[in-house]
Design a protein around this ligand. Structure first.
Ligand SMILES: Cc1cc2nc3c(=O)[nH]c(=O)nc-3n(C[C@H](O)[C@H](O)[C@H](O)COP(=O)(O)OP(=O)(O)OC[C@H]3O[C@@H](n4cnc5c(N)ncnc54)[C@H](O)[C@@H]3O)c2cc1C
Length: 400
């Protein structure tokens, strides 16, 4: 029987008291913001410290300070004519997303969500409440940007530099899956090297392939940016110019179900050979069954994602062109075998890097996969801020 206790915290002081109680009784504690972790790391048999009640949003000039319990949808509502580069899922927590990086439609122009972070408040394992930035506790601030999810302390608030919320042209282009090889080939050639204004992702399942996303551009400009892909004559295409908030709602118009799928992913710095794409698509289509929901999700990288130097923050994946996530609805051994096979087909061409926000409990060398050569400095920061290892470092102890 599960002994899980959910501990909602309304202030940093309550967070410190909850940590002290967990420590004195030797109870495992994990922080939870939006609860969307793919690997279930915000769940434990011990105490789930829920930062949900801390969700205020305060703007002073161009800087917004957000309680760690805020979810993306409400945050965008509160920001009005300003924006931060972040994801679309309205119930995703700003804390979990930022601490692992944070990709979204403004990312190729403005970088990761964590690249816009200017300060954070953190409650450490010893109960100290620390406000860190580039000047104060700068090592901790460095580590939080890409490796902060559950590893060093409980973040209670985050301050971001904002940008003016741009109008966006959103788009969807659809083809039947039999066109998948040519569409994937064209996407890999075009989307990762496109101008920063364009964020065109690719999603393929056993029936359908679609390129979708948004451009910081007018509709005619967006058509021009997508010309090489529309030249492949999609069956259906939709382009719409929308205010920023409406564009975010439009792009989030997919079921937002936490934790239902198993996934594996990797970054890629170059291109994929034609026979690899053929094998990937054949595996996607082979003997697929309703309910399994096999999916390949290609995200364009490059642009501002890679303009921040690799050692400037803990986020290590600054050399990639694109990211591929393979996912399937969990349950059967068959589904799991499909997932592993799909991931292995692409592995010879990957960087070995894995996005920390798409955690994979089966990774053998998780330290290198998530953090590359930033891991050595992370262990030093860990020794300074959590010397007893109260917060478990990623997969050093499996979450489930
Ligand atoms: C529907 C959906 C849409 C998504 N869309 C995007 C997207 O567009 N872009 C993108 O980059 N990612 C996206 N993701 C992935 C998402 O970034 C990760 O799942 C992220 O970890 C979710 O954060 P969370 O706060 O919701 O989850 P949680 O499970 O609450 O937290 C994730 C991790 O961070 C830790 N953590 C949470 N709060 C704190 C805190 N206050 N202090 C310290 N550690 C904390 C947790 O312990 C856990 O290890 C999406 C996921 C889903 C399910």
């Amino acid at each position: 029987m599960s002994r899980t206790e959910i501990a909602p915290c309304h202030s940093p002081a309550e967070v410190a008291a909850t940590i002290a109680r967990a420590r004195s009784h030797g109870i495992h504690l994990v922080p939870r913001s939006g609860g969307h972790c793919f690997a279930g790391r915000s769940t434990t048999d011990g105490i789930v410290l829920d930062v949900g009640p801390m969700r205020s949003v305060t703007r002073v000039g161009d800087v917004v300070t957000v309680g760690a319990g805020a979810r993306l949808g409400r945050l965008y509502d509160a920001l009005g004519d300003r924006a931060i580069p972040a994801g679309c899922g309205p119930t995703v927590g700003i804390a979990g997303l930022t601490l692992g990086g944070g990709l979204g439609v403004l990312g190729r122009r403005h970088g990761l969500t964590c690249d816009s972070l200017v300060a954070a408040e953190v409650v450490l394992a010893d109960g100290r409440i620390v406000r860190c930035d580039d000047e104060r506790d700068s090592d901790l601030f460095w580590a939080l940007r890409g490796a902060g999810g559950g590893n060093f302390g409980v973040v209670t608030s985050l301050s971001f530099r904002t940008v003016a919320a741009p109008e966006l042209t959103v788009f969807h282009l659809h083809w039947p899956v039999r066109r998948a090889e040519e569409v994937i080939t064209a996407w890999i050639a075009e989307a990762p090297d496109a101008p920063d204004a364009l964020a065109a992702s690719l999603l393929a399942n056993a029936n359908d392939i679609m390129v979708f996303g948004a451009a910081i551009a007018t509709e005619p400009e967006t058509r021009a940016l997508l010309a090489r892909l529309t030249a492949l004559a999609p069956d259906r295409s939709v382009l719409r110019r929308l205010p920023f908030r409406d564009a975010k709602r439009y792009l989030a118009d997919r079921p937002d179900e936490p934790g239902t799928a198993l996934s594996k992913s990797e970054f890629f710095a170059g291109h994929l050979p034609a026979d690899t794409i053929t094998a990937l698509v054949a595996n996607l289509r082979q003997d697929s069954r309703t309910g399994e929901k096999r999916e390949l999700d290609f995200t364009p990288w490059g642009g501002a994602y890679v303009r921040t130097p690799r050692h400037a923050t803990a986020f290590a994946h600054r050399d990639a062109r694109f990211l591929v996530k393979h996912s399937v609805i969990a349950g059967s051994e068959r589904a799991r075998a499909w997932l592993t096979r799909s991931w292995e087909i692409l592995r010879p061409w990957g960087t070995g890097g894995v996005y920390p926000n798409f955690p994979d409990p089966d990774l053998r060398d998780w330290a290198r996969a998530y953090h590359g050569d930033n891991f050595a400095r992370l262990t030093e920061v860990k020794a300074e801020y959590d010397p007893e290892g109260f917060f478990r470092f990623h997969q050093s102890v499996p979450a489930r």
